[in-house]
Ligand binder design. Structure first.
Ligand SMILES: Nc1ncnc2c1ncn2[C@@H]1O[C@H](COP(=O)(O)OP(=O)(O)OP(=O)(O)O)[C@@H](O)[C@H]1O
Length: 331
C-alpha cells in the first residue's frame, strides 16, 4: 500500500511575468520513507520546487500537502512549512563557534536533558559523527559540516528532510560515502528525503523516485530504472545516460530503419562484435574512461558513441562491427 506523505498539486511559481523562470503546473506525490531526487540542468527550477515544498515561497497557483495538511506560504504564516519538515541549505546554517553536540541538541529545546542526550547521540551515530561531538564546527571539513547540518535537521522527529545540492561541497570520494549514508539513514530512520542535484548519477544511485525537470516543467517521474530504460523525452535520455541522438536521415545512413523524426540510444546499447551481419564503422577516436573505453565511431559521415569494456581492444582508424541492439523512437 502506498502511503503518500507529500502531495504537490498543479503548482505554478513564476518570478516575473516578463521573464521565464520558476515552475509550471507541476503535480506529483511522494511516498513516506522514499528518497526522491529532483534532477535537471542549471536554471531548470529544481530549487524553486524544493523551496515551494518547504513553504518558503509564495506560489502563484496550486497547493502542497504534508500528510493531507496544506502547507501555508510565507504570506500566510511567519515560520514557513511544517515543523516536521526541515531543509538543509548549501550554507548549512550552523553556529560555527559552538560544539557539534550543542549545534544538534539546540533543536530540542523543550526536552529533558536525558532524552535530549539520547536523541542527539542517536542521530550523531546514524550520521557517523559521534567522534566529532566535542569539536567546534569551525574545526570541521566541509563534508563533516554537511553531516552535522543533516543531523541537526533530523534530530527533532523530522519526517521530511529537504536537501539542496547536498554533494556540492564534497570531493568525489566523500560524495560516494555521503550518498550511501543518506540512503542508509533514510532506510534506518524512515525519514523521507527530497534532494536537488544537477548530477543525474546522484539520482540514479540514491533515489526511489526521480523527478526530471526542464524549463520549470516536470517531464517525467518514476523509479530511476524505469525512467532510464523508458525515457519519455530525448532530454531525459541525454541527461541520465548521455544518449546518442540522431535525426531520421542520420539514423538511416548508419542502417537504422525508422519512421520517427529522431532516434535515441545509450552508448551501452551499441555492441561491438565480430559478427559480419553487424554494421562496419571506422574508429574516429578512443577516449580513456578508466575501466572502459568510449569509442567515437563513424559511418557514412554519421558519428555515434559506444562503450568498450575490454580496454585497449581498439585504436583510432580501426574498423569495428557495431550492432545497435535497441533504440528509442521519438516522433
Ligand atoms: N528570486 C528569483 N527572482 C527571479 N528569478 C529567479 C529567482 N530565483 C530563481 N529565479 C529564476 O528561475 C529559474 C529557476 O531557478 P532555480 O534556482 O529554481 O533553478 P535550479 O534548477 O535550482 O538551478 P541551479 O541548479 O543553477 O541552482 C532560473 O531561470 C532563475 O534565474
Amino acid at each position: 500500500m502506498s502511503d503518500t506523505i507529500i502531495s504537490v498539486k498543479n503548482l505554478t511559481k513564476q518570478y516575473s511575468t516578463e521573464q521565464a523562470g520558476g515552475i509550471k503546473n507541476v503535480s506529483f506525490d511522494i511516498n513516506r520513507g522514499d528518497v526522491v531526487a529532483i534532477i535537471g540542468e542549471s536554471g531548470s527550477g529544481k530549487s524553486t520546487l524544493l523551496k515551494s515544498i518547504y513553504g518558503f515561497l509564495k506560489v502563484d497557483e496550486g497547493e502542497i500537502f504534508f500528510e493531507g495538511e496544506r502547507i501555508k506560504g510565507p504570506d500566510e504564516q511567519l515560520i514557513p512549512g511544517h515543523k516536521q519538515m526541515k531543509m538543509v541549505t548549501q550554507d548549512f546554517s550552523l553556529n560555527i563557534y559552538a560544539k557539534v553536540y550543542d549545534n544538534i541538541a539546540s533543536q530540542l529545546s523543550n526536552t529533558d536533558l536525558k532524552t535530549k542526550a539520547e536523541k542527539t547521540l542517536a542521530i550523531m551515530e546514524h550520521l557517523r559523527i559521534l567522534p566529532l561531538q566535542n569539536k567546534k564546527v569551525i574545526e570541521l571539513s566541509g563534508g563533516e559540516q554537511q553531516r552535522v547540518a543533516i543531523a541537526k535537521a533530523m534530530v527533532a522527529d523530522t519526517k521530511v528532510l529537504l536537501l539542496d545540492e547536498p554533494f556540492s561541497q564534497v570531493d568525489a570520494l566523500l560524495k560516494n560515502q555521503l550518498r550511501a549514508d543518506i540512503k542508509r539513514v533514510a532506510a534506518e530512520t524512515g525519514v523521507t528525503v527530497i534532494l536537488v542535484s544537477h548530477d543525474p548519477a546522484d539520482g540514479l544511485f540514491l533515489a526511489d523516485q526521480l523527478l526530471i525537470v526542464r524549463n520549470g516543467e516536470l517531464l517525467q517521474t518514476g523509479k530511476p530504472s524505469e525512467i532510464y530504460q523508458n525515457p519519455k523525452h530525448i532530454y531525459t535520455a541525454q541527461i541520465l545516460g548521455n544518449a546518442v541522438v540522431l535525426s531520421r536521415g542520420d539514423a538511416e545512413k548508419i542502417g537504422l530503419k525508422t519512421f520517427a523524426a529522431t532516434v535515441v540510444f545509450y552508448p551501452e546499447w551499441a555492441e561491438i562484435n565480430n559478427n559480419w551481419s553487424s554494421r562496419r564503422f571506422n574508429v574516429a577516436d578512443v577516449y580513456y574512461k578508466g575501466f572502459y573505453d568510449e569509442l567515437l565511431l563513424e559511418r557514412n559521415g554519421v558519428t555515434v558513441r559506444a562503450l568498450q569494456l575490454n580496454r585497449g581492444a581498439h585504436k583510432k582508424n580501426d574498423h569495428v562491427q557495431l550492432n545497435i541492439g535497441r533504440f528509442l523512437e521519438f516522433h
